[in-house]
Design a protein around this ligand. Structure first.
Ligand SMILES: Nc1ncnc2c1ncn2[C@@H]1O[C@H](COP(=O)(O)OP(=O)(O)OP(=O)(O)O)[C@@H](O)[C@H]1O
Ligand SMILES: [Mg+2]
Length: 275
């Protein structure tokens, strides 16, 4: 199957910093690609380049091919006007970020924020329909008593609930691709596991593709079909999740694996740090 999205020799510079140095990645329709690597390795820069969210400071080269039509014809997202990218961001590509509080408007009721999201993308949607859709979307991500909590503000929800609300908003328009950049990093371990389960279930139900980013190989291993390992702006290894986790080819992947605590880890000793 041709990939839904593919980067070819993607290069990103911020002034003198070469953040991404020739990254070629592909995500097939319905596939979860996990992108893992240490802080500063270029994961977010790579991800933000796809929907055109890098900002004016970035110099970008290479190609980002997007195929979302029956003909299979590819469109290079690096060569599209902002209006085309804006439409894609609203419908076909959704983003979920690390810190749910900053992505929500703190002074607007949650229900209204979710309903606005329904209204923004469907001109025929009435206010009453938008409210019903918003409640259904909140129920789908297991917000308890969604109808009663419709009028609550973001600060009245827990961190995990806020992340669920953002997931509800991101999936409202049935995107083809979800880019989730460290979606569970700010949450405690139990809540992190619940959010991963939720994302995995919704991904399977909707059959959407996902680019799932984390610095934590164990977290990526939970959701991804394939894993790409980044270091210093380059992909050093790509492979099926099971293969990468059980028989890593690159020394750096091995060091990342060694840093993942397991039940057998001696917790009295410090964790191995990636070389
Ligand atoms: N807007 C920006 N302006 C200047 N430099 C930037 C900008 N965004 C990223 N960089 C630089 O690009 C490099 C890659 O950053 P990026 O955010 O992609 O890393 P990351 O792998 O997502 O790290 P983390 O795990 O900490 O989120 C870093 O050296 C970073 O300082
Ligand atoms: Mg990042």
């Amino acid at each position: 199957m041709p990939p839904l999205v593919e980067t070819r020799d993607l290069r990103i510079r911020f002034g003198a910093t070469e953040a991404v140095r020739g990254v070629s990645l592909r995500v097939e329709p319905g596939e979860v690609l996990g992108l893992v690597g240490e802080s500063g390795s270029g994961k977010s820069a790579t991800a933000l380049a796809i929907p055109g969210l890098l900002g004016p400071a970035a110099q970008v080269a290479g190609q980002i091919l997007w195929r979302d039509n029956a003909s299979g014809e590819a469109m290079d997202l690096l060569r599209q006007p902002e209006s085309v990218l804006r439409t894609l961001r609203g419908r076909a590509i959704a983003m979920i970020f690390q810190e749910p509080m900053t992505a929500l408007n703190p002074v607007m009721k949650i229900g209204r924020q979710v309903a606005e999201c329904a209204l923004a993308h469907d001109a025929r949607c009435t206010r009453r329909e938008a409210k019903a859709r918003a409640i259904a979307a909140l129920e789908a991500v297991a917000i308890p008593e969604a109808a009663q909590r419709y009028g609550d503000y973001p600060h009245q929800f827990s961190g995990g609930q806020r992340q669920r609300i953002l997931i509800a908003m991101a999936l409202m328009h049935r995107p083809r691709l979800v880019i989730a950049d460290e979606p569970t990093t700010a949450l405690d371990v139990t809540v992190q596991a619940q959010i991963l389960e939720l994302l995995k279930r919704l991904q399977q139900e909707h059959g959407m593709a996902m680019l799932f980013i984390s610095h934590d190989l164990a977290v990526v291993g939970e959701v991804a079909h394939r894993i790409a390992v980044m270091r210093g702006g380059e992909v050093v290894e790509t492979g099926a999740t099971h293969r990468v986790l059980t028989a890593p080819e690159h020394e750096y992947t091995r060091s990342l694996l060694a840093a993942v605590p397991t039940m057998r880890t001696d917790r009295t000793k410090p964790l191995a740090t990636p070389a």
